[in-house]
Design a protein around this ligand. Structure first.
Ligand code: 13P
Length: 280
C-alpha cells in the first residue's frame, strides 16, 4: 500500500464518518508500533513529527525512515510535518517526500497567519502535498516549553483562512490543549459546529491526549477528521519501559520491542475510538 496524501485519507473519513489518528512519533520503535497497530486493525493512519521535536529526531535522518515505513506498510499511511514553524523546515520535509505539512502561524494576527499559509500552500503545491494550518491558539505547547493562553477559534477567521488559501485541513482551538490537561477538558462544540458549517475542508483536533472517548466521538460526528495524539503515546512507551526495567534480566532488544508494544497499545486504543479500523 503506498504512501498517500493526507487529504485522500481525510476525504474517505468524511465519507465514512470516522476520524483518522495522526500519531506523533520520535524514533524507529514508535514508527513500527504505529504501523503494527494500523496494519493489524486495517486502519489508515497518519505518522507525524513536530518541528520542536527535531532536535531529538533529526528530520534528515528520521524523515526518510518515516517515509520508508509508510511505503512498506500494508495500509495507507500519510507522513506529516506537525507544527511547522518556518519555511526552511517545511521545504525540507517536502523535499524528503512528506505528503503534508502543517504551518503553525496561529500566534500571529489572522492576516499574517493567512500570508504565511499562502506561502506554504504555493510551496506544497509544487510537491503535490497538502497543507494544514491553525486558527486560534491551544493552551500548552507541543513540547511543554511554553504555556500559551487558550484563544478559541473564531469561525469568521476560519472561513477567511479557507477562502484566501484553499488549504486542505484546519486545526481548531475549542478548549483542547497540548500535553496533559490540568482539569477535565470542556470542549466548546458550538465553535466546532459553526466552523464545520462555514468551510468544506476537514477539521483537525490537536491535543488528543486526555480527551474522553465520548468527546472524541462527538468531535468526529461534528466534522473533526484528523485527531492528533502525542503525549498519551509517549507516556504509554515510558510506562512500558519502566515496567520492563523492573524485571530481573535486561536485554536491549527486548526493551526495544517493549517500546514498539507501548506505542502499539495506545495507537490501537485510539484507532478503535476513532472508528477507522476495518476501513482498508
Ligand atoms: P497531545 O500531546 O496533547 O496528544 O497533543 C498532540 C498534538 O496535538 C500534536 O500536534
Amino acid at each position: 500500500m503506498p504512501l498517500v496524501n493526507m487529504s485522500k485519507l481525510l476525504k474517505e473519513a468524511e465519507k465514512g464518518d470516522y476520524g483518522i489518528g495522526a500519531f506523533s512519533v520520535a524514533n524507529m520503535e514508535m514508527v513500527l508500533g504505529v504501523i503494527r497497530a494500523a496494519e493489524e486493525l486495517k486502519s489508515p493512519v497518519i505518522l507525524q513529527v513536530a518541528q520542536v521535536r527535531l532536535p531529538y529526531s533529526p528530520l534528515k535522518a528520521f524523515g526518510p525512515l518515516m517515509i520508508a515505513a509508510a511505503k512498506e506498510a500494508t495500509v495507507p499511511v500519510a507522513v506529516h510535518l506537525d507544527h511547522g514553524l518556518d519555511l526552511d523546515t517545511v521545504k525540507m520535509a517536502l523535499e524528503l517526500g512528506f505528503t503534508s505539512v502543517m504551518i503553525d502561524a496561529s500566534s500571529l494576527p489572522i492576516v499574517e497567519n493567512i500570508q504565511m499559509v499562502q506561502k506554504v500552500k504555493e510551496l506544497a503545491d509544487q510537491y503535490g502535498a497538502d497543507v494544514e494550518a491553525e486558527v486560534g491558539q491551544l493552551a500548552g505547547s507541543e513540547d511543554g516549553s511554553v504555556d500559551h493562553e487558550m484563544l478559541y477559534s473564531d469561525p469568521d477567521e476560519v472561513e477567511k483562512l479557507y477562502q484566501e488559501t484553499k488549504l486542505d485541513a484546519i486545526a481548531l482551538s475549542i478548549g483542547n490543549a497540548h500535553g496533559l490537561y490540568k482539569d477535565t477538558p470542556r470542549l466548546n462544540f458550538n465553535i466546532l459546529e459553526e466552523a464545520h458549517k462555514r468551510v468544506p475542508v476537514p477539521l483537525v483536533l490537536h491535543g488528543g491526549s486526555g480527551i474522553s472517548d465520548e468527546d472524541f466521538r462527538r468531535c468526529i460526528a461534528g466534522g473533526i477528521r484528523k485527531v492528533n495524539v502525542a503525549t498519551a503515546t509517549f507516556l504509554s512507551v515510558e510506562n512500558a519501559v519502566r515496567e520492563y526495567c523492573k524485571s530481573e534480566k535486561h536485554d536491549y532488544f527486548v526493551m526495544s520491542d517493549t517500546m514498539v508494544k507501548g506505542t502499539y497499545e495506545n495507537v490501537c486504543r485510539h484507532i478503535k475510538v476513532f472508528q477507522s479500523d476495518n476501513k482498508v
